[in-house]
Design a protein around this ligand. Sequence first.
Ligand code: NAD
Length: 361
Amino acid sequence: MVTIKAENMTAFVSDIFAKAGTSRAEADRIGKYLVIANLTGHDSHGVQRVPRYVQWLQEGVFLADRVVNIVNETPVYAVVDGLHGFGQTVAPQAVEIGLAKCRAMGLSMVALRNAGHIGRVGDYAETAAAAGFVSVHFVNAFGSSLVAPFGGVDRRFSTAPYCVGVPRPGEPPLILDFATSIVAEGKVLNASFGGKKIPADALVDSKGKLSQDPHVLYGDYEPSGPRDYRKGDGAIRAFGDHKGSGLALMCELLGGSLTGNGATEEGKRFANGMLSFYVDPAKIDPDGFFPADVTKYTKHVKSSRPIVPGVEVLVPGEPELRMRAERGKNGLPLPDDTWAAIVATAKSLGLDDARVAKAMA
Ligand code: NAD
């Protein structure tokens, strides 16, 4: 395990993407969002993605420095084409369009299609909450069929995340943000590099046997080599039995079909689709009932007696906040194989030992 300071890692990732051919502004954004994922404890969506992002940039799966195209719009909604730009570039542009419309109308919807990997969806709910808005996001990942539906063995869904953000006066927002699979694919990726093990029933092999072995998803791989989920013949399982599987289906139909991104099909170019709704509580609730009730009710929920004495009840967003404080202070822990893969990518682009050493300082 190596530990890298968050600010060093942000700068290192930025240098990698600047070398790989993005503008410095885009490289900085990719570095920022990937490192926030690690800081908030979502290593699955953090810097371990660097080798795959670089590979996808080189293969033309993602394109550098895209400006979104508005396909059609009214004052309350917009259909936005990300044109296969980096998710860290085109998703914030789509969010800004949604926020501007919500500011004017009190309510808005943005259907984003053809985005590169948008990473941790909670980032966008946090942006909306910082503007004072509630937001709801249904997301799918076209071209990345990884998840078996309830009762099935074969892959049909992407890990299709769902996210809701609720601002709170004077306090950090509530951010509910999860994949509709038992684990996000990145958590299997992370486990395959020696990171935290995934739950024993998170995967199902091609014969229907439950498993936690990443080989079920990736087939054979070298320890620090690339992982390719097309090589395995098993699947990740949808969370929450029929209920989670049903939510995954809705993420595919709303984040995929309704945005024009397409509900997930395997063997196609990767693209995230995201259907986002924004609500301005100040407009629909001028008496201010909502913020006070959120504060009161959140307190009530947290006051539930803990099952394990001393282990407090948390609300969505709290684990990430705590992790952010801890890792901001102590640095980002990375499995050796993850770090080796990032360094190999950096060197393949011409960054030298001195630059690697600077990142580790
Ligand atoms: P997860 O299982 O860690 O769940 C995270 C959510 O649960 C957060 O809202 C968190 O605050 C809440 N939570 C965790 N522990 C809690 C506790 N003890 N009490 C109360 N709430 C608690 O998340 P995941 O499914 O592994 O997803 C990880 C990330 O992956 C998310 O940010 C998601 O957006 C992202 N993702 C992205 C894509 C994509 O295609 N871009 C696909 C899948 C997942």
